[in-house]
Design a protein around this ligand. Structure first.
Ligand SMILES: [Zn+2]
Length: 96
């Protein structure tokens, strides 16, 4: 994960970051390679508070095409190990 910007307001620490998984990426659907970027989107992840500040990460995540033509998923979004899980708004660490 690459941090691009950090800003602090009265009650919130805002981090702008980009997911930077390195190739070869593996499709979670079939385990095949994925070398083509489909699109990118920004997701908002609420992190564990940093002291009195709420911590919000705006994370740019890319979607990839699976290279496997028979893949049931075909398109998937990259995940940051230990940080985001698919379809979650809170980070994994908040569960601990
Ligand atoms: Zn696949």
């Amino acid at each position: 994960m690459r941090v691009e910007d950090v800003s602090i307001s009265a009650d919130e620490l805002t981090v702008v970051a980009a997911a930077t998984t390195t190739p070869p990426r593996r499709c979670p659907g079939c385990g095949g390679r994925a070398s083509r970027v489909h699109s990118a989107y920004r997701r908002r992840v609420v992190e564990r508070p940093a002291g009195p500040l709420r911590m919000v990460v705006h994370l740019t995540v890319r979607r990839f095409f699976c290279d496997e033509s028979s893949c049931p998923r075909k398109i998937f979004a990259e995940q940051i190990e230990g940080f985001t899980e698919r379809c979650r708004r809170a980070s994994v660490r908040l569960k601990a």
